[in-house]
Design a protein around this ligand. Structure first.
Ligand SMILES: [Zn+2]
Length: 114
């Protein structure tokens, strides 16, 4: 139930922003989710919709999800490569001295309030 914690965290942040802006209601939230984060977008949206029924400011609030492409950087040769097909071993030089540049994040990109 990793998604449940993520939803609560996002909902708290969104409600705080909505209150700051004296919003009546939040129309939609756009999230960016990294390709190799452990979050399953369909499941996240299901949990989101359930949670929105409990929070008046979020009634009928739509959750939109954008995927962030996962990119790994290699310290061995200094190149970047696609994480998903290659994993932790650099396809250019075979080094394992690599780290994830993008792809593990969950960001609130946009909040539309009414
Ligand atoms: Zn390399």
């Amino acid at each position: 139930m990793h998604e449940l914690g993520v939803v609560f965290h996002i909902a708290d942040s969104v409600v705080a922003v909505a209150k700051e802006n004296q919003a009546q209601r939040v129309h939609s939230v756009t999230l960016q989710i990294g390709q190799v984060s452990t979050i399953i977008p369909d499941y996240l949206i299901d949990v989101w919709n359930w949670n929105c029924k409990r929070v008046p400011l979020l009634n009928d609030c739509q959750l939109l999800v954008e995927e962030i492409h996962a990119v790994t950087h290699c310290d061995g040769c200094g190149k970047d490569y696609d994480t998903v097909p290659q994993g932790k071993i650099c396809p250019y030089c075979g080094s394992g001295e690599t780290w994830l540049r993008t792809g593990n994040e969950v960001n609130i990109k946009d909040i539309t309030i009414l």
